[in-house]
Design a protein around this ligand. Structure first.
Ligand code: CU
Length: 122
């Protein structure tokens, strides 16, 4: 269990780094945009994947998943990691060993969040 959470910490650190770089690039590029474009809401970047639930932490609203490749605008290699879960996702419908399809996004801090979970029909 200790090893698993260490890996999660590394994953989170990497995503924060990417988010920071993107934020800096946005600030540097800002003068090139018109006012109308700059005030537009940035489109949410999401990715789709499939995986198996390894653990559900209802108190922290996190789930551990072994997932395959995540595709879409937001991509990720196969791995086992913990995700934070959006408030609209019903965690009581998930249990250890369940096969799922999911949608993830990256929040303003660069952390991954599960936006939607669909149990895979057997
Ligand atoms: Cu991952």
């Amino acid at each position: 269990m200790k090893t698993r959470f260490a890996r999660v910490a590394v994953c989170a650190a990497i995503s924060i780094g990417i988010g920071g770089a993107a934020a800096r690039a946005a600030v540097q590029g800002a003068p090139r945009y018109t006012v109308a474009q700059a005030t537009e809401k940035p489109e949410k970047t999401t990715g789709q994947g499939e995986g198996v639930v390894r653990a559900v932490d209802a108190d922290e609203r996190r789930i551990m998943i072994t997932h395959g490749p995540v595709s879409g605008p937001l991509e990720m290699s196969p791995m086992t990691m913990a995700f934070r879960v959006a408030p609209n996702v019903d965690l009581s419908s998930l249990s250890k060993g369940m096969k799922i399809k999911f949608t993830i996004s990256r929040d303003a801090k660069g952390l991954y969040v599960i936006e939607d979970v669909r149990p895979e029909k057997p």
